[in-house]
Design a binder for this molecule. Structure first.
Ligand SMILES: *Cc1c(COP(=O)(O)O)cnc(C)c1O
Length: 419
């Protein structure tokens, strides 16, 4: 096999702090979401490839000692080491920033690393955080255990109760953190109102946008300061890789980049490349996830063994109006309560044939889980009551299989508890 020698390294076009290129961001402003998801960011190896190359390299070489000095000093754009920058990772960061409407992004090894890194970069001992009670379980662990040890205290409040957020504010409050829609009940927080509250008191609003992705909700355009993601879910979309990212203004994201370079919680270039491919189909996939979930929610409502269906796309959901206002779709996750208790719920889960019994979501494959004994098993009985995690509750993340097949599979479970 003969390969052409590449004279110009791509590092010529890659500034260390990875701001969007001026022409690039101009084009990006005019492009609709689907175009940005496919076309934002440009890296060329010189081989004329159409699909972006994958840069599996830990380090980079220089033409001269002087060039190395200039790159290390930041006087000349270029890569130093893949813990700092890597072309495949920069592309992911630029594309996500364009999709979320942020100035910059910082990719991380997982969603949790994005959340921890954001806190480590922006908080210090003595600071106070207000966090929704209905966030990802491990996020609670970060705040309640690890940040608490460093002298950063967190108050937990009910996601949709504005008064609790307001009353929890202290002079030292530096960050409000939430996830909307919530898992698994789909409660919706008013991002605009909570951003205004945070800013009135000099705090930042951080939103975990994992369930909606920027295809359905752009928290930064509603006033949030930072968006964090587990890219492991819908951004990959096929359940292959772990990764995370935070997007926001350069002022904060540069701090996170510096923490990341020191801490080494960096994403594998391979995973970033997979996510770049995932983003190209994100809007199509999210549209299909939403369509299937609306249909399944309505079908479930008509089943005699169902007590209640929780999905913000349903008119009787308390967050329906707000979701209509701040989201462009209702998402791919719903939950429902069956008549009975744990025994009936488990029976339904055990009877399905192809729907995967797993707590994961954001995949082409539909998944089914019992929140009270899996995703939310560490909550106290009191917190389960408070957040509506009842024993008869089942969560489904609707995948991209044919929706009639999903209904038929689920019907096997539902029929098994009919009297
Ligand atoms: C999965 C998940 C996370 C954690 O992400 P990892 O990539 O697993 O580290 C954080 N927030 C939400 C909402 C999630 O679903």
């Amino acid at each position: 096999m003969k390969y052409k020698r590449i004279k110009k390294t791509t590092s010529d076009h890659l500034p260390l702090n990875n701001p969007l290129q001026p022409e690039n961001s101009h084009e990006t402003d005019e492009w609709a979401f689907a175009t940005r998801a496919i076309r934002t960011g440009c890296i060329r190896s010189g081989e004329g490839e159409h699909s972006e190359a994958l840069y599996l390299t830990s380090s980079y070489v220089y033409d001269s000692a002087a060039q190395a000095q200039a790159v290390f000093a930041g006087d000349e754009p270029g890569n130093v080491y893949s813990r700092y920058t890597n072309p495949s990772v920069i592309l992911f960061e630029q594309r996500m920033a364009a999709l979320e409407g942020g100035e910059a992004g910082c990719a991380t090894s997982s969603g949790m690393a994005a959340i921890l890194g954001t806190c480590m970069a922006l908080l210090q001992s003595g600071d106070h955080v207000i966090c929704s009670r209905s966030v990802f379980g491990t996020t609670v662990t970060i705040f309640a255990k690890y940040l608490a040890r460093l002298g950063i205290e967190t108050s937990f409040v009910d996601l949709t109760d504005y008064r609790q957020w307001r009353e929890a504010i202290r002079p030292e409050t530096k960050m409000l953190f939430l996830e909307t829609p919530s898992n698994p009940l789909g409660d919706i927080a008013d991002i605009q109102a909570l951003a205004a509250l945070a800013h009135n008191f000099g705090a930042l609003l951080v939103v975990d946008n994992c369930f909606c992705t920027p295809a359905l909700q752009q928290p930064l355009t509603l006033g949030a300061d930072i968006v964090v993601h587990s890219a492991t879910k819908y951004i990959d979309g096929q359940g292959r890789c772990l990764g995370g990212i935070a997007v926001g203004r350069e002022e904060q994201i540069n701090e996170l980049q510096l923490w990341q370079r020191a801490a080494g919680a960096c994403i594998s270039p391979f995973n970033a490349w997979v996510f770049n491919k995932g983003l190209e189909t994100l809007s199509l996939r999210m549209e299909a996830h939403c369509r299937g979930t609306v249909e399944l929610a309505e079908w479930l409502q008509g089943q005699s063994v169902i007590e209640k269906v929780h999905y913000p796309g349903l008119q009787d959901h308390p967050g329906h109006e707000l979701a209509l206002r701040q989201q462009q779709g209702f998402g791919g996750v719903l939950s429902f309560q069956v008549k009975g208790g744990r025994e009936q719920a488990w029976k339904v889960i055990d009877q399905v044939k192809f729907i995967s019994r797993t707590a994961n979501l954001g995949d082409t494959r539909s998944t089914i889980t019992h929140p009270a004994t899996t995703t939310h098993c560490r909550l106290s009985e009191e917190d389960k009551d408070r957040t509506g995690i009842t024993e008869n509750l089942i969560r489904i993340a609707v995948g991209l299989e044919n929706i009639e097949d999903i209904k038929k599979d689920l019907d096997k479970g539902l029929s098994s508890i009919k009297c």
